[in-house]
Ligand binder design. Structure first.
Ligand code: SAM
Length: 286
């Protein structure tokens, strides 16, 4: 597997992003995002099948959406280590766990590629494993954390074409904005694991078993029950459209947002704005 990227540079950029604007945006938008991604958390939980008393590692836990679910599932005899590089997101996760009355979670600020992991029964992640500069080294490090007989279960995005919830808004704003550089296949970022052959290659090179990779398709309510305006708010404030609009003149932003509103209108169903999403549910063992 050719390494085309400088993993130290990736690490620096990811640290800066998730501890800066990226992390702040996720904290601000978390309650909306949680509602939108609830079907995904549910599917991940079913796929990972945590058992009472287990030791779980949630990698790239962010503000803890799945962490809280796993902590509830393993119960007071079990424990979840919530690992992330983002200070603001970890603090928000910790706050939410307190509100939920969950005290079997340890919030750890560390890079999963470098952390000294304790032995776990289950390693899991919702969209938190796609940002490594050297993914083989990172998965090798995480394998050290797996007890014999442990399981790993995670969810990641398939390609943009399989994700109209993101593609429809992007296609709508594109004519109004400067061109974006084309995505590099397998590069760290949201679509790093879009290719299932690449997932299998990374995992097996890192010493994990040949993974079971299942398609997961679901409609996501990008409005989180708040109607078209809430969908537009969310789409302009987090993710690819947000970064594309940033720094653009007011009239350009207005034209782009108008186009997005027109493009999303056919997907409005009462207070929901439902668009298809495509993911991989991946399972493997050390
Ligand atoms: C797309 S967010 C997902 C957050 C959360 N799992 C959720 O679904 O709401 C990706 C998360 O991965 C974290 N992350 C990125 N690189 C990481 C690394 N090398 N080690 C640990 N966490 C990392 C980010 O800080 C961020 O919280």
């Amino acid at each position: 597997m050719t390494k085309l990227i400088n993993s130290e540079e990736v690490k620096r950029d990811q640290l800066a992003f998730w501890n800066g604007q990226g992390g702040d945006i996720w904290v601000a938008r978390q309650s909306h995002t949680d509602i939108t991604l609830a079907p995904v958390s549910e599917a991940l939980l079913a796929c990972a099948a945590p058992r009472a008393g287990e030791q779980v590692l949630d990698v790239g836990c962010g503000c803890g959406a799945t962490t809280l679910d796993f902590a509830g599932a393993v119960g007071p005899e079990g424990r979840v280590v919530a690992l992330d590089i983002s200070e603001p997101m970890l603090l928000e996760g910790e706050r939410r766990a307190k509100v939920a009355g969950l005290n079997n979670i340890e919030w750890v600020k560390a890079d999963a590629a470098e952390a000294d992991h304790a032995p776990y029964d289950l390693l899991t992640s919702a969209f938190g494993l796609m940002f490594f500069g050297d993914p083989v080294a990172a998965f090798r490090q995480m394998r050290v954390a797996a007890k014999p007989g442990a399981r790993m279960a995670f969810v990641c995005w398939r390609k943009l074409d399989d994700n109209p919830w993101m593609k429809v808004p992007m296609d709508a704003v594109r004519p109004h904005l400067p061109p974006r550089p084309a995505g590099v296949p397998n590069a760290p970022g949201m679509f790093a694991f879009a290719d299932p052959n690449y997932i299998a290659e990374v995992l097996t090179q890192a010493g994990w078993s040949s993974p079971q990779i299942e398609r997961f398709d679901v409609d996501l309510d990008i409005a989180a029950g708040g109607g078209l305006e809430a969908a537009i708010d969310q789409t302009t404030q987090i993710g690819a459209v947000n970064s594309w609009l940033r720094g653009q003149p007011k009239e350009v932003v207005e034209a782009a947002v108008d186009a997005m509103s027109t493009a999303l209108t056919p997907f409005v169903e009462a207070d929901r704005v439902n668009l298809a999403a495509g993911m991989w549910l991946v399972k493997s063992q050390p």
